[in-house]
Write a protein that binds this ligand. Structure first.
Ligand code: AMP
Length: 249
């Protein structure tokens, strides 16, 4: 079995993001960038499948600027076999990423594509679902467990009411939730080995995809500053405040 894992380069989760002065987006210049945390979980899961002997080849794909190669190298240092970089300076929205991934699926013919459930920069939670739709494949989103049995993948999903387990026919698209696994750190020898692993570079044009944005960002703003809380003496005062200050009852 062959598995493709999508890894996005995003602002590191420890960074306090700041809105650009012109309100067109968030500041990314001179900001630490890392692999999207849910994608680290996706890489870890693919590696565990390979170590269990279910998967024979693992491929990491990232799309965007030249520095996405660093994100791919991180996946290779964790243990993935090779990388594909779709190089573009263009803004890529989830539909464009899904179309590009679908084109790569045509080339690579994987049995499963694993993505994060969402990217922590745009919080879209769309790409995996769109990819499954475009390919007409089964999908298991928000996976907290993946097991293989009888040529199918049983995916346990984190849903509102608890855990749901579904059986997917392959090929399929799976998106990872936080509790699926704990990603490993890359060891120094593996970081060295990763430098020699191949990364193919392709362009959006090579893949014949129209990746132009469909959504326009009107404005990005800081959330309103939190106001301090207060204590009320009794229920009567609470009701009065809810009625006359907050206007919620
Ligand atoms: P989103 O739908 O934007 O929240 O992203 C969901 C998942 O799609 C991410 O966790 C990644 O696995 C994948 N993805 C989104 N954008 C990219 C990108 N530019 N390169 C590689 N993978 C991506």
């Amino acid at each position: 079995m062959k598995v493709l894992v999508a890894v996005k380069r995003v602002v590191d989760y420890n960074v306090k993001v700041r809105v650009k002065a012109d309100q067109t987006g968030v500041e990314t210049a001179n900001v630490k960038m890392s692999m999207n945390p849910f994608d680290e979980i996706a890489v870890e899961e693919a590696l565990r499948m390979q170590e269990a002997g279910t998967v024979s080849e693992t491929v990491a794909v990232s799309m965007g600027v030249q520095q996405c190669q660093e994100t791919i190298r991180t996946a290779l240092a964790m243990g993935m076999d090779r990388g594909i970089h779709v190089l573009t300076d263009q803004e890529l929205q989830p539909l464009a990423v899904a179309k590009l991934l679908a084109a790569l699926v045509e080339r690579e013919k994987p049995d499963m594509v694993i993505l994060g459930k969402q990217a922590i920069d745009d919080d879209s939670n769309q790409t995996g679902q769109m990819l499954a739709g475009l390919l007409g494949w089964s999908q298991g989103t928000f996976a907290s467990e993946i097991k293989f049995a009888d040529g199918k993948a049983d995916v346990t999903r984190e849903v509102d009411g608890g855990l749901e387990t579904i059986s997917l026919t392959l090929p399929s698209v799976v998106t990872t939730d936080l509790r699926l696994n704990e990603p490993r750190y890359a060891s120094l020898p593996n970081i060295m080995k990763a430098k020699k692993k191949p990364i193919d570079q392709v362009s959006v044009e090579d893949l014949g995809v129209d990746a132009s944005p469909r959504l326009v960002t009107l404005k990005v703003e800081e959330p309103p500053a939190r106001r301090g809380g207060g204590k009320v003496a009794d229920v009567a005062e609470l009701v009065d405040k809810l009625k006359n200050e907050a206007g919620v009852i």
